[in-house]
Design a protein around this ligand. Structure first.
Ligand code: ARG
Length: 264
């Protein structure tokens, strides 16, 4: 009899452990649920690739700083949630938002029709356009002239898409790198004829590297682009939260204060 009771206790204990295990798994689950901060506010994780000043870069202490951080913080302040930024790399931003490991993609991400098949985006918060960057003494003057030139881009960024559109999907003349600064450096090293990148980021690079002898070429053959924050497809709750906050900081002038741009 005593034995049976012991057995029963063991079974109950084991069952409790299994249940507890499930609970623990839920809290850290790979789903797109936010965690809860100390003050009871929801904490959303944000994935980025922080070599993209002025939108996201690392300061001397290794903190992620920039326009995207400030814009999202302003939205979070309005809506009463918290954000935790993670510098995970450009392509992982897409993978982890897709599989729910990360809640928000905040990385100067252009809203494109193609990406909208897989993700949901907030309303836009910034207008951008691609630029060509060449060495000061280059003779290149337009996008069309890059048709059979060697071009460097950030992999799977809109610059990469523009290069493919011009030269064809499998062109051997397109060199795709992990970051936009590397794409520019490869051009400076003479490995390609031109780099293509987002305008504000190219200008910021030139400002930060005054000794690099660079020249930019604007070409309206590049379409206007709009940055948005990206969430897992169907995450309406988070999307609505972000959009409502974004609308508020558009109306109260905070967005303009942060980006310095009139874009509404
Ligand atoms: N706007 C471009 C795109 O969406 C480039 C963004 C790159 N962002 C970054 N943080 N590296 O494709």
């Amino acid at each position: 009899m005593k034995r049976n009771l012991t057995m029963l206790l063991i079974v109950v204990a084991a069952f409790t452990l299994v249940l507890a295990g499930c609970g623990a798994k839920d809290n850290t689950s790979a789903g797109s649920e936010p965690s809860e901060g100390g003050d009871g506010k929801k904490v959303y994780t944000v994935g980025t690739e922080a070599t993209f000043a002025p939108f996201e870069s690392l300061d001397d202490k290794g903190n992620i700083v920039g326009i995207d951080v400030d814009v999202l913080q302003a939205i979070a302040d309005e809506m009463g949630f918290e954000v935790e930024w993670k510098n995970i790399g450009w392509e992982p931003v897409f993978q982890t938002v897709k599989n729910g490991e990360i809640n928000i993609g905040g990385s100067g991400i252009t809203i494109t029709e193609d990406r909208q098949q897989t993700f949901d985006f907030t309303e836009p918060y910034y207008e951008s356009q691609l630029l060509i960057v060449v060495k000061e003494d280059s003779k290149i003057k337009s996008l069309a002239e890059l048709k059979d030139k060697k071009v460097s881009v950030q992999i799977n960024a809109t610059g990469h898409m523009a290069a493919k559109k011009l030269q064809g999907e499998s062109s051997k003349n397109i060199m795709a790198y992990d970051t936009q600064p590397i794409a520019i450096q490869e051009m400076l090293n003479g490995n390609v004829d031109a780099a293509i990148g987002d305008n504000a980021v190219v200008y910021e690079y030139i400002k930060a590297h005054p000794k690099d002898k660079l020249k930019v070429i604007k070409d309206d053959a590049f379409e206007k682009e709009y940055y948005g924050f990206m969430v897992q497809k169907g995450n309406k709750e988070l999307l609505d939260l972000l959009n409502e906050g974004l609308q508020k900081i558009k109306e109260n002038g905070k967005l303009k204060e942060i980006t310095g741009s009139d874009f509404k």
